[in-house]
Design a protein around this ligand. Structure first.
Ligand code: COS
Length: 395
């Protein structure tokens, strides 16, 4: 597939009519109820169920799911634009939608069989079910291949034992995808080959939810622990082929990282918006602080880094849409955008001074939320590893 960019003053990012429509629709919606709830869901560490019901009605929960399974069939850049627009107002809401979409809807679409797609995608698209993705374990974080959750075959079931931690949407989901080791062969234990992926429901016998941690940021997004205590998952719920789960999950993360880049971009933009407004209003030494070069340089750096991050994020999405290799571009987009968001948030708090350190202004929330982008779906160090490995392989 090829695409032509139609750049103009009104459309500097070369978005299609459909992409602009989705961007505008989500931005309009986000400016209303999502903005109103952002502060309180953060303070109360509450998942905004009502926002997800509204987003389901708008078709946002199934945006990239193919139309034949009840979704919107939108392209990947449209989805990233939606995440960016939400994150500009409430990063927690954007994170919940991103985990549902790129980490659950996508792997079922890409690796599920027809029966699985029909069973799960329409429910995920309509909002009847929210999705959660279980990869991280107490001893398998950056080393995702260190998975210790075990799945033993027992007749027409797999019996799972182990746990997954730091799982976004854990307590609000009805449909989960997770990895477990199906091979205990000595040769497989040291590799990623014995790992398989499963899709299953919340009411699976032996499956339960564990503790909910107190978080620094992204407090309006749910996260928790998945426990498997002889959990019986029907063999037909194996996602794709046995032993291929690690690769499926890595491919899933390649896509997901673009949307985390978009999320970081939204936070960075919110930092710039707030800093511009505040620096024009705040008077010190007889004039607005925006007239001081020290502040102007911070604003200029933010704007420049946001533009660079936007190029990287949109380009990675477009590579994915074009069917080209995009893993390295996704890691670059995620790495740069999340670090740019953290720098923008640090400067936004600095520009706001003492007020920026209080809960009266939103920049302290942006600061706490931005940090997650440097950690979730692969730390900055993991992104650098992926990029460097690609370089050394010559891609
Ligand atoms: N797409 C498809 N296949 C991939 C892949 C990708 N992006 N990345 C790796 N693979 C394949 C490799 O080709 C290799 O296949 P073979 O066994 O056939 O040779 C296999 O998977 C193992 O790859 P590798 O040896 O590179 O695995 P490592 O254990 O070294 O791990 C990293 C690679 C570090 C990149 C991976 O563990 C990772 O991304 N970790 C971070 C996990 C993460 O993001 N966690 C966040 C929580 S999830 S929200």
């Amino acid at each position: 597939m090829t695409y032509t960019l139609d750049l103009s003053a009104e459309n500097p990012w070369g978005l299609s009519e459909a992409q602009k429509m989705i961007q505008d629709m989500v931005a309009d919606y986000a400016a209303g109820p999502v903005a109103e709830r952002a502060k309180s869901i953060d303070a109360e560490q509450r998942f905004p169920t009502e926002t997800f019901a509204e987003m389901a009605d708008m078709g946002l929960l199934g945006l990239v799911i193919p139309e034949q399974y009840g979704g919107g069939g939108a392209d990947y850049l449209s989805y990233c634009l939606a995440i960016e627009a939400l994150a500009r107002v409430c990063a927690s809401t954007a994170l919940g939608l991103a985990a549902h979409t790129s980490l659950v809807c996508l792997p079922i679409t890409l690796f599920g069989n027809e029966a699985q797609k029909q069973a799960y995608l329409p429910r995920l698209a309509s909002g009847e079910a929210i999705g959660a993705y279980g990869l991280t374990e107490p001893n398998a974080g950056s080393d995702a291949g260190g998975t210790q959750t075990v799945a033993s075959r027992d007749g027409d079931h797999y019996v799972l034992n182990g746990s997954k931690i730091f799982i976004t949407n854990a307590n609000v989901a009805q449909i989960y995808v997770a990895t477990a080791r199906t091979s205990q062969a000595e040769s497989d234990l040291k590799t990623t080959r014995g790992i398989s992926a499963f899709v299953f429901e919340r009411d699976t016998p032996g499956f339960s939810l564990g503790s909910k941690d107190e978080k620094l940021g992204m407090r309006g997004s749910d996260w928790g622990t998945l426990n498997f205590d002889n959990a019986r998952i029907p063999a037909q719920n194996l996602l794709g082929d046995e032993g291929q789960g690690f690769k499926y999950f890595m491919q899933t993360l390649d896509s997901g990282r673009i949307s985390i880049g978009a999320l970081a971009l939204g936070i960075a933009q919110a930092c710039l918006d707030a800093s511009l407004k505040y620096s024009k209003e705040r008077q010190q030494f007889g004039k607005p602080i925006a007239e001081f070069q020290a502040i102007q340089f911070m604003l200029a750096d933010m704007a420049t880094e946001i533009a660079a991050a936007r190029h990287l994020v949109y380009h990675a999405a477009r590579l994915r849409m074009a069917g080209a290799a995009f893993g390295q571009a996704a890691s670059m987009a995620k790495l740069y955008a999340s670090e740019a968001a953290m720098r923008a948030a640090t400067n936004a708090v600095q520009i706001h001074g003492g007020y920026g350190y209080t809960k009266d202004f939103p920049v302290e929330r942006y600061f706490r939320d931005a940090k997650l982008c440097e950690i979730g779906e692969g730390t900055s160090e993991i992104q650098r590893m992926v990029i460097a490995r690609g370089l050394l392989k010559g891609s």
